[in-house]
Design a protein around this ligand. Structure first.
Ligand code: ZN
Length: 191
């Protein structure tokens, strides 16, 4: 396993629409070992998720895991999940404003509107079909990661650029109010 370099804003790989994988490719030692690297890189960088094109591989795989995350202390834990060829469909019109950050967008956070519920259809790393209904802050994380595979970063969805803040200024000026909203979401959806 190896820790991969993370692409940052401006690198064209982040703007590529990642390509679908076949089950044969997924089963290959190369792709399986890539998935190990993706997870190790996410852990090393304290990410809540990481998409393959963030580590320069434009293929439709992303990892999500929240375990007492120091970057996002208000996010409820979510077990390690590998999504291959994921498709995300909203299950509601209800939205919330998420204050997002991204390993590929260093030292910037901003408010992004996300659906409070999505259905995720994907394969797991063995190629088995999985279907997940995710809600609340966790639904926001899934939408953020699958956006990456479509060549989008959260900045594209920031409605009001005045919400953009460095991490230090987020903590100083916006975090308290956001944590209250986040707690209300967790209370409502349990996630
Ligand atoms: Zn990101």
């Amino acid at each position: 396993m190896a820790i991969r370099k993370i692409a940052t804003l401006g690198h064209p790989v982040l703007r590529e629409v990642a390509r679908m994988l076949t089950r044969e490719e997924l089963a290959s030692p190369k792709v399986q070992s890539f998935i190990d690297d993706l997870v190790e890189t996410m852990h090393d960088a304290n990410g809540a998720g990481l998409a393959a094109n963030q580590v320069y591989e434009p293929i439709r795989i992303c990892a999500i895991e929240v375990r007492n995350n120091p970057r996002y202390p208000y996010k409820p834990n979510f077990p390690l999940t590998i999504l291959v060829n994921p498709e995300v469909t909203p299950t509601t019109d209800d939205t919330f404003l998420n204050y997002e950050g991204c390993l590929s967008v260093p030292n910037l956070r901003g408010e992004v509107r996300r659906f409070t519920g999505v259905r995720v259809k994907a394969w797991d790393r063995q190629g088995n079909e999985v279907e997940l209904d995710v809600k609340g802050l966790t639904a926001g994380t899934f939408q953020h990661e699958v956006d990456h595979l479509d060549g989008k970063v959260f900045l594209d969805r920031v409605e009001d650029t005045r919400s953009l803040a460095t991490w230090a200024d987020f903590e100083r000026h916006h975090m308290a109010a956001f944590v209250e909203r986040a707690k209300a979401l967790v209370a409502k959806f349990g996630s």
